[in-house]
Write a protein that binds this ligand. Structure first.
Ligand code: NPG
Length: 381
């Protein structure tokens, strides 16, 4: 349940698209590749009532999903924005954005970023924090960290030891065939069974790998995330019957509808929610709700967001059915300098929600300008 229907509408006049480039503090390796830096498409909604900002989580390359920075930019410019500006600056609610964009197939990360910008603008105009609007129930959430694949297990142990010393309360380790059972065994041996640990395969296994993945059962992991390709929901149901560790889906869950389908087919007992992957924060709340109704716990995923996306993720992760610690780490886990003045910091293993209107973040405009690769404004002024 959101409080959004009661807000005053805004009048959207145009959008700014700004691509920035930021180096990662350390390379991040997943089963689909290694990332050293990141281009990020920021979206500014320009309204009569003031600006709002959203962040698109599309990557540089179409490796996590089919979307990437240029595809998102193109579809926003040529297909999404024209649909939103059709009513010529007439009154608009953020809750209408998804319906107006619905005829365009997929491109959920692009839609999510546009909706986030409009939502931020409308919430700021109404002086309401995102957390209040979507029904957050806590003001801080426990913080988990995602750790990339390491060739050198000693280096992996050092990395994870450092994160545990910083206070992270849960570790997620990326795995792929050839780098799975052994690193998990060494981590358990080094840090003990009490450390909350889970693994993420990012679709790197096949339907035949159930018996292999079952070898992870003895390590008491919280979950195994997305072992099979995103379109193989039935395959996940097969794996879920062969493996004792709970199966969690990420890439396969592109909407509340997909979540219900996967749950009904027995493909997962836990769901990772990422607003970008499901087409927006409002759809993410719906995914949360359908999971809650079916007794399926959820956690908040991350997509290497800057402070804008991180602040929005925190509000989402504070909903009641987010009972599993998420990838809501501090800004400095990925960025030497965030694009907001008040970066997300770790506080005794927790991260604190923003309390200001909208996303609640204060953008560091001079820094954003200095890392801008391109920018353009579309619409009327
Ligand atoms: O904490 O922001 C974060 C990163 C968490 O591992 C993480 N994200 O597959 O969930 C994932 C992975 C990812 C990152 C996927 C970037 C796609 C792009």
């Amino acid at each position: 349940m959101t409080n959004l229907p009661h807000l005053e509408p805004i009048h959207v006049r145009g959008f700014e698209f700004r691509v920035i480039g930021l180096p990662l503090v350390t390379p991040f390796r997943t089963s689909f590749g290694t990332q050293n830096d990141r281009r990020i498409l920021l979206v500014r909604a320009i309204t009569d009532e003031g600006d709002g900002w959203g962040e698109c989580v599309s990557g540089d390359d179409p490796l996590y999903s089919s979307e990437y920075v240029e595809s998102s930019h193109h579809v926003m410019l040529h297909h999404l924005v024209p649909r939103l500006l059709r009513n010529d600056g007439g009154p608009m609610h953020a809750t209408e954005v998804a319906r107006l964009l619905e005829p365009v197939k997929d491109h959920r990360m692009a839609k999510a970023a546009i909706e986030a910008a409009v939502l931020d603008a409308q919430l700021r105009a109404n002086d309401m924090p995102l957390s209040t609007a979507i029904g957050s129930v806590v003001d801080r959430v426990p913080s988990g960290v995602s750790v990339g694949i390491h060739d050198d297990i000693d280096a992996l142990v050092r990395t994870i030891g450092g994160y545990l010393d910083e206070g992270y309360v849960r570790i997620k380790l990326k795995i792929e065939p050839g780098s799975d059972i052994e690193p998990v065994r060494v981590l358990r041996e080094t840090f003990g069974d009490a450390v909350p640990l889970q693994v993420d395969a990012n679709t790197a296994y096949t339907r035949d790998d159930g018996p292999h993945l079952a070898k992870l059962d003895r390590f008491g992991l919280l979950l195994i995330e997305q072992p099979l390709p995103e379109d193989d929901v039935t395959g996940h149901a097969i794996i879920a019957r062969q493996v004792g560790t709970p199966i969690c889906l990420d890439e396969s869950i592109v909407s509340a509808h997909a979540a219900v389908d996967a749950i009904e087919r027995g493909a997962c007992s836990i769901i990772n929610i990422k607003a970008g992957r499901v087409g927006g924060y409002l759809e993410a709340v719906k995914v949360h709700d359908v999971c809650q109704e079916r007794g399926i716990p959820v956690w908040c995923g991350g997509m290497l967001e800057t402070g804008i996306g991180r602040a929005m993720n925190l509000a989402l992760a504070a909903l009641p059915n987010f009972t599993i610690t998420g990838d809501v780490s501090a800004s400095e886990r990925f960025w030497a300098r965030d694009i907001v003045h008040d970066p997300i910091v770790l506080d005794h293993g927790h991260v604190v929600l923003r309390t200001g209107p909208g996303t609640g973040v204060d953008l560091d405009h001079p820094f954003i300008e200095s890392v801008t690769l391109s920018s353009e404004v579309v619409g009327t002024h």
